[in-house]
Each structure stands twice: as C-alpha cells, then as structure tokens.
Write a protein that binds this ligand. Structure first.
Ligand code: NDP
Length: 299
C-alpha cells in the first residue's frame, strides 16, 4: 500500500485564500485592516529568511505588515518598550517576536510581555494555560497547522490513538493538548520513552516532532496510520557531493509504504506554519473588534 500524500503547499494556499477573503470582508464591511508586527533582534540568517517570507505573505493576503529589526545588542529594556508600544497600538492585532533571541535577552520574559490577545505565536503563558484547560486561546501555529490537516483528512478525530513524538513547548505539548481536545487518546513520547517503536506502531496518528533526521522508519508505523512529520533537518545529500537536502523526522520512503496518509518534507507541515500565523492574526483582529471569527481557521 502506498499512502495518500497530504500536500501542505496546496492546503496552506487554501488557508491563505480563506484568510484573504476574510481580510477583504473586514476592510469592506468594517474599515479594518488586520496588522501583524514581527520583531527581529539580530541577524540570524534563518530568522531573516522566515521574517521576510512572513512579511511577504502577510501583504499578499491584504494585511498590514510591520517589521521591526533591532540590533543584536539591543537591551531588554528597549525590546520590552517596543513590545509595550505594539501592545498599545490599535492598528497592530498580532505580535510575533522571532525566536531564538540573542542570549542576553530573557525569552520567557519577552514572550510573556506580549499582550496575550495579540500573541499570534500562542507562546504566552496565559495562552498555554488556556489551551491546556480547553479555553479559547491563541494556538501555536505549527500544531494548529497539523490539526487542520488531520481534521481535513479524517473529519472527526474522536477516539483515535495518537502518539506525539517530542515534548517541546512549541510543538509536542500543544499538539498533544489539541489532539486531546479533539478527543484522541494521546501519548507523548520523548527521549526517555521505552519501546517507542511499538508505541508508534499501535497508533492511528503519529506526529513526529523530534529534530532527528529520518528517525521514524516504516517499521514503526502501523498499517494505514496517518503520519504528520513536523521535522525539518538539513543533511548532506546522499547522492550529490557537497550538496545538502531537507528531510523530516520520518524516513519517508519506508513510511509511505505503511501509512494511510503522510505529510512530505519539504511541502508538508512547513507551509502550514506561516498560513496559520496569518489565520491567527485575522482571528486576533476579529476578537479585538468583537466580530465573528472566520470559520475553519481556529482550533
Ligand atoms: P526540540 O528539540 O525542542 O524537542 C525535541 C523533542 O524530541 C524533545 O522532547 C526530545 O525529548 C525528543 N527527542 C529527541 N531525541 C529523541 C529520541 N531519540 N527519541 C524520542 N524522542 C526524542 O524540538 P522542536 O519541538 O522545537 O522541533 C522538532 C522538529 O520540528 C525539529 O526538526 C524542528 O526543526 C521542527 N520544527 C518545524 C516547524 C515547522 O514549521 N514545520 C516548526 C517548529 C519545529 P526530551 O524532551 O526527552 O529531550
């Protein structure tokens, strides 16, 4: 059996289209343009690429994009002052502080200084608490993207056995909470988990968020299971000397023979993350203005 490939590029384009439609409605009917402010401290090359593409896509869906690029040696006080200014700016509905921050800045302090209602990354402690207690919150973008793809493929996830491999605050834990909220029976596996292969094999859904290239092979996957590969790992290209390639945490070629559905890397979860950032921004804008939220763009 060869799995259905869940195309994240196509799915993300449909999410962006829905966001764009809602943005147009907000402008036409209410005279409101959602705005996303992205703060980048320093010149980390990967972060610069992410920030550029976030800005580009924000504008493409009709929203305002505000980029704040700060020197690598910006003081914590100056960064907090900027966030305070953005918290109080009514034209800004979403604030994202690109991580990782330079070492001298306290990431928790900075993230928790963002107004939770504008915390479109969903990392603020209030949003984490609200997600885990089943309240309406801003949901971290990558797990939200995974959830959307799972719901689209399965309809209801109720009663399914899900194994999330990885327990990070940005992917593993919120993913597990979202699956639990959709009434899955959830197991979180990590580096100390015993017999992780058997655990994965027993799952209807495997979400891999480990950061280990191709760790999860086909013999870890139960026949017909759905596999969501969050991992993004750059490895030396096996056939092209001096070149690199991107792979996931799942060994795609073997897993595709066992799974019922699988996300590829690249082109799976990755494109969904920015699409969900845009979705969160339009949701935040609607909530800030007491307007109906767009359907299908929240958890
Ligand atoms: P972290 O490094 O924060 O967490 C990795 C998790 O994997 C930890 O909980 C760790 O366990 C667990 N782990 C590590 N080794 C093993 C092992 N051998 N067996 C079982 N579990 C293991 O990573 P992130 O959650 O931030 O990211 C995970 C992957 O997802 C990365 O490849 C990252 O690049 C990618 N990613 C992709 C995004 C996207 O947009 N597509 C967004 C964010 C991340 P323990 O806690 O015990 O150490």
């Amino acid at each position: 059996m060869s799995a259905k490939i869940i195309d994240g590029k196509v799915f993300a384009a449909t999410v962006r289209e829905k966001v764009g439609t809602h943005v147009a409605r907000l402008k036409d009917e209410h005279g409101i343009t959602p705005g996303l402010a992205v703060v980048l401290v320093g010149e980390d090359p990967a972060s610069q690429v992410y920030v550029r593409s976030k800005g580009k896509m924000t504008v493409e869906v009709g929203m305002n994009s505000y980029e704040h690029k700060l020197d690598v040696d910006t003081s914590e006080a100056d960064l907090l002052a900027l966030i305070d200014q953005l918290n109080n700016d009514p034209t800004v509905h979403g604030i994202l502080c690109q991580l990782p921050l330079p070492k001298h800045l306290n990431e928790d302090l900075v993230i928790n200084s963002i107004d939770p209602a504008k915390d479109v990354d969903g990392f603020h402690i209030s949003n984490v608490g609200m997600l885990s207690t089943g309240q309406k919150s801003m949901v971290p973008c990558t797990p939200l993207g995974c959830l959307m793809m799972l719901r689209d493929h399965h309809g209801s996830l109720s009663g399914m056995n899900a194994v999330v491999v990885g327990r990070s605050n940005i992917v593993g834990k919120p993913m597990a909470n979202l699956l639990l909220r959709d009434s899955c029976t959830v197991t979180i596996a990590h580096s100390r988990t015993k017999d992780i292969e058997a655990l994965c094999r027993s799952a209807d859904i495997v979400v891999a968020a480990v950061g280990r290239p191709e760790m999860i092979t086909g013999d870890w996957i139960g026949e017909g299971a759905t596999v969501i590969d969050v991992g993004i790992n750059r490895i030396d290209h096996p056939e092209k000397e001096g070149k690199t390639k991107l792979v996931g945490d799942v060994h795609f070629e073997s897993a595709v023979e066992k799974a019922g559905a699988i996300t590829p890397v690249p082109g799976g979860v990755g494109p969904m993350t920015i699409a969900c950032l845009l979705a969160n921004t339009v949701t935040a804008c609607c909530r800030a203005n007491g307007l109906a939220e767009p359907e299908g763009l929240t958890a």
